[in-house]
Design a protein around this ligand. Structure first.
Ligand SMILES: [Zn+2]
Length: 67
């Protein structure tokens, strides 16, 4: 079944917020999510994730809760 992705997903491993905590980040003015397991990768090997950002699914925006 093809369902809409209601959960935020990690940009690196694509796991969603129902199975792992996600942290909101921005890169190159693109807000997205990364899970706590992938966060060390981002810290130590940011270049590894740059391609992910470039091909990032824009349909996974960070919810803004700004009034
Ligand atoms: Zn991840």
């Amino acid at each position: 079944m093809e369902s809409e992705n209601k959960f935020k997903v990690c940009i690196s491993c694509n796991r969603d917020e129902s199975i792992i905590p996600l942290v909101a980040i921005t890169f190159a003015q693109q807000p997205t999510w990364i899970c706590t397991q992938c966060l060390p990768t981002l810290i130590h090997e940011p270049q590894h994730l740059v391609e992910k950002f470039k091909s990032m699914d824009i349909d996974n925006p960070v919810d803004r809760q700004i009034d």
